[in-house]
Design a protein around this ligand. Structure first.
Ligand SMILES: [Zn+2]
Length: 457
């Protein structure tokens, strides 16, 4: 490994140059053009990345602008060690204090949209491959870096790849955190509908949430009422400790409450503003269907009130996020994003939930199976060894509620590139990647490649 470590050190400045070049391309998905299914900027991003891979001596393929790969070594495609990363980024958003596409280097960090998600890890993997190649380490299988362009949106890149070429069976995606994520919970998405009926406070409008996988951080409802109702609402909210504004306008009251935005895969980090509003409406005496939602879901994210809570020791608890509510005076539509543990069969989830929501019918449902790679597999053990040897940190596997590219490989895990002591700044303002972490990742990936794809001496 001595040679390998020396080569890795020598490659560090070049790695930074490549990363900064990639980060200066604002590769957000935009409308399709001929040869550019995710827009011309992503097309030039992919061309640039593959040109850099080719310059390092890898053979490259561009699959119609959807996705590309760079590889070295010999053997069947199916058996290649795959490393899956992505070149597309989420929009810049507000709150930046640095230029998001300048790739400023300051205090050992590189700042840019996409620095940590996912261009930094992609470049680290590329230079890990380059170091193994330059060290002349003989391989028993191909090593293939797959660079997608649609991870943040619809995974159409992966779909295209699978339809035109062979997806390897095994590998990892450095698009999450260390150590190894070997369990991704299953997903179950339910939309329920009911007509509000019977006695009670009338809600006129309640539309909150854009995406089911987001814990809504603010909610607004319009109800029939006067100053007295507004006062009651304010004191109820105060009792719960939730912010609320109640504005009276000709016989109606506009209620606005604020929670904490989060991701449906980690609902405990957020505070669901729809749930807050439902509880306020119930306590103000709203019609039955609203009370059912408040009682069965409310502020819970473990499915307890819905009768679907579950847990296994490997994957942890089921989570449930009420991400969207739609009501304009017709029916109430509520959309749930449920992440369930490995041991659950989700077939009866909708029927179980409906027992607690008797006025509701299921008008939409979709599922995504859980993904699992056993801890004792050669892949997981090889990655944990590489991680531990470079960092000295604890070898362990973790389960998450989210879905990464890893699940498109029959035996795929997420591996890096965020270290346990680092904050997750993906999708946030002033996104950055630490150079020290990238250098460590290069070493970890290079060792992993040698362990998993190198010929035994
Ligand atoms: Zn990502």
């Amino acid at each position: 490994m001595k040679d390998l470590d020396r080569i890795l050190s020598e490659l560090e400045p070049q790695m930074l140059d490549t990363l900064r070049c990639w980060l200066r391309i604002p590769s957000v998905c935009s409308p399709a053009e001929p040869g550019a299914p995710f827009g011309p900027v992503l097309r030039s991003m992919l061309d640039q990345a593959l040109a850099d891979c080719a310059a390092l001596g890898f053979s490259t393929s561009n699959f119609d602008g959807y996705i590309g790969h760079a590889e070295f070594g010999e053997g069947p495609d199916e058996d290649a060690l795959a490393i899956l990363a992505h070149l597309d980024i989420v929009p810049v958003g507000d709150g930046w204090t640095v230029e998001p596409f300048e790739a400023l280097v300051k205090d050992g960090k590189v700042y840019a949209r996409g620095a940590s998600d996912n261009k930094g890890p992609a470049v680290a993997a590329l230079y890990a491959m380059a170091a193994v190649k330059q060290a002349g380490i003989p391989l028993k299988r191909k090593v293939r870096l797959i660079l997608g362009c649609d991870e943040e949106s619809g995974w159409k890149d992966i779909e295209h790849y699978q339809s035109v070429t062979t997806m390897p069976r095994s590998g990892f995606s450095p698009d999450a955190a260390y150590p190894v994520i070997n369990i991704e919970k299953g997903g179950y998405f339910l939309t329920l509908k009911a007509m509000p009926a019977g006695e009670g406070l009338r809600v006129l409008r309640f539309n909150t949430g854009q995406r089911r996988n987001v814990v809504p951080g603010a909610a607004e409802a319009l109800v029939v009422g006067d100053e007295a109702l507004a006062d009651r609402a304010r004191s109820l909210a105060k009792k719960h400790g939730w912010p609320l504004t109640a504005t009276v306008e000709d016989g109606t009251v506009r209620l606005q409450t604020v929670g904490i935005t989060g991701h449906a895969a980690f609902p405990h980090l957020g505070r669901n503003a729809i749930g807050q509003m439902l509880i306020l409406l119930r306590d103000l005496g709203a019609q039955a269907a609203w009370c059912q939602l408040a009682n069965a879901i409310g502020m819970e994210y473990d499915g307890q009130g819905l009768g679907i809570s579950a847990e296994d020791s490997a994957s942890g608890p089921l989570t449930c996020n009420l991400g969207i509510i739609r009501y304009d005076g017709d029916g109430i539509e509520a959309t749930l994003d449920i992440r369930y543990p490995l041991l659950i069969t989700p077939t009866h989830l909708p029927a179980l939930a409906r027992q607690k929501l008797p006025g509701f019918e299921v008008i939409g449902q979709a599922g995504k199976p859980p993904h699992f790679v056993p801890e004792d597999s050669e892949l997981v053990q090889g990655l944990l060894d590489a991680y531990h040897e470079v960092t000295g940190l604890e070898r362990k596997t973790i389960a998450i509620g989210g879905g990464t590219y890893a699940r498109v490989l029959r035996e795929g895990v997420a591996f890096g590139a965020l270290f346990p002591d680092e904050e997750d700044i993906a999708h946030q303002a002033d996104e950055y990647v630490s150079l020290d972490s990238l250098h460590k990742s290069m070493r970890i990936f290079a060792r992993a490649i040698v362990k998993l794809a190198g010929k035994e001496a």
